[in-house]
Design a protein around this ligand. Structure first.
Ligand SMILES: [Zn+2]
Length: 181
């Protein structure tokens, strides 16, 4: 089970309600969680502004704490198997990550919330309101999309409409979506 980052809309399937508590949805799964996000969103570390702490405390209690005994907290990069590798891509959150898929000459990159809207392809200097570190988010977005455009990697964000799969090319200061499927 891959959590690209620890925002509530990306960790909700980690657990399910069972009686009065929360249990892992997939009891035999290994949960892969970026260590930097585990630390940042751990309520004991008080990383967030006071008005965000109660919502974060609930998310952490429901969706992270119940799977920690089954979790691998990884840093920098983590190879899952011969074809799948997790790679740190900080900015949206401190531990935001990418899942790279390579099979033969085919390459795809699942980018989590690196981009929320196609507007950020044309204008990658724009962040969503959920990006924790604006400067890092922009730098990482440019780096990852630039590599995808140069190497012909399919880009798969979490929040685009439809399948969301696209090819990107460099266009001016940003990127163009050259094909969607
Ligand atoms: Zn997010």
């Amino acid at each position: 089970m891959v959590n690209t980052h620890v925002h509530y809309d990306h960790v909700g399937w980690n657990t399910r309600r069972d009686g009065d508590g929360w249990v892992p949805t997939f009891p035999n799964a290994q949960y892969l969680i970026p260590r930097a996000d585990k630390e940042y969103f751990d309520p004991r570390n008080h990383s967030l502004a006071p008005e965000r702490r109660e919502g974060n405390r609930l998310m952490y209690a429901d969706s992270i704490a119940p799977v920690l005994s089954r979790a691998t907290l990884w840093e920098a990069s983590h190879r899952i198997d011969a074809n799948l590798t997790l790679e740190s891509a900080p900015g949206h959150t401190p531990g935001s990550s990418l899942l790279r898929l390579q099979s033969g000459t085919d390459r795809a990159v699942f980018v989590g919330d690196l981009v929320h809207s196609p507007v950020q392809m044309v204008a990658p200097e724009h962040n969503s309101c959920f990006c924790e570190d604006p400067a890092d988010a922009v730098a990482t977005r440019r780096r990852v999309l630039g590599r995808a455009a140069d190497l012909g990697e399919l880009v798969i964000p979490a929040h685009f409409a439809g399948s969301g799969v696209m090819e990107a090319s460099r266009y001016g200061e940003g990127f163009a979506v050259t094909r969607r499927s």
